[in-house]
Design a protein around this ligand. Structure first.
Ligand SMILES: [Mg+2]
Length: 253
């Protein structure tokens, strides 16, 4: 049975390392649109970053901040597990003090510092700052593991991105999969395909019928591969948009 709903991570999966959409990925999106198959991005990006992306492609739905919320044409659906950034910041400051660790949150960085760290500038940088349900931070001094242990003992979820650690509520990219399935497939059923490249994509790839790992230049992420070891997982033949397009063509054939 062919896929009737496609869920995808954005960075390094549908999008290139620089955030652009390759010609192959754009052609793949045109095929989905022509066949009436909905595409829903699931990303760690903020609501405003995701909104800008959705508008650029004429898409209506997307999950932002790792499952904190869903953008729909009727408005936002916020996960009951989402915790406002202000509360998370307070919990982080208290845990850092107790663990004798010096942290610097994303919000405490100047624009120039953030541009050096992330490559983002102007409106893109502004939208990246508008994080409502998570606090990215760097450990500047002290034992990061000690801090993570204190946060964990207080029930605060911590994940590690590329450079930044990240505290958030207890939600992930998989939380909205059942409601998206019900919304788009209804009682007719049909398969859901999912595309991701990193360990934080495992939560939704484990809940779809056809999970696809999009590799990096040196192959699929070993941690993600291990997390999906019990699934019938397909590894795309190339990284990023070109791999996404090739794997999608395979799933639709
Ligand atoms: Mg990614």
């Amino acid at each position: 049975m062919a896929a009737r709903l496609v869920l995808t991570d954005l960075d390094h999966t549908l999008l290139e390392a620089d955030g652009s959409l390759s010609p192959e990925a754009r052609a793949a999106l045109d095929v989905l649109a022509a066949r009436g198959i909905p595409l829903v991005p699931l990303t760690s990006k903020t609501e405003s970053e995701l909104r800008a992306f959705l508008e650029s492609l004429g898409l209506a739905y997307g999950v932002f901040e790792n499952g904190a919320g869903l953008i729909t044409p009727e408005g936002l659906e916020i996960s009951p597990a989402a915790v406002p950034a202000a509360s998370l910041g307070t919990a982080l400051a208290s845990a850092a003090s107790d663990a004798r660790v010096r942290v610097k949150t994303l919000g405490a960085h100047t624009d120039a510092e953030l541009t050096a760290l992330t490559g983002l500038t102007g409106g893109d940088l502004e939208r990246a700052r508008e994080r409502r349900f998570g606090v990215p931070f760097l450990v500047e001094e002290g034992d990061a593991d000690a801090l993570l242990a204190v946060l964990s003992s207080r029930g605060v979820r911590t994940t590690r991105g590329g450079r930044f650690f990240h505290v958030s509520g207890n939600h992930d990219k998989g939380d909205f999969v059942p409601s998206l399935g019900a919304r788009f497939l209804g009682s007719k059923g049909g398969e859901i395909a999912g595309f991701g490249d990193a360990p934080n994509d495992a939560a939704f790839l484990l809940r779809v019928d056809r999970p696809v790992i999009v590799p990096r230049a040196n192959g699929p992420d070993p941690e993600l591969l291990d997390l999906l070891r019990t699934s019938d997982v397909f590894v795309a033949p190339w990284p990023a948009g070109r791999g996404f397009a090739a794997a999608l063509a395979e799933l639709l054939s």
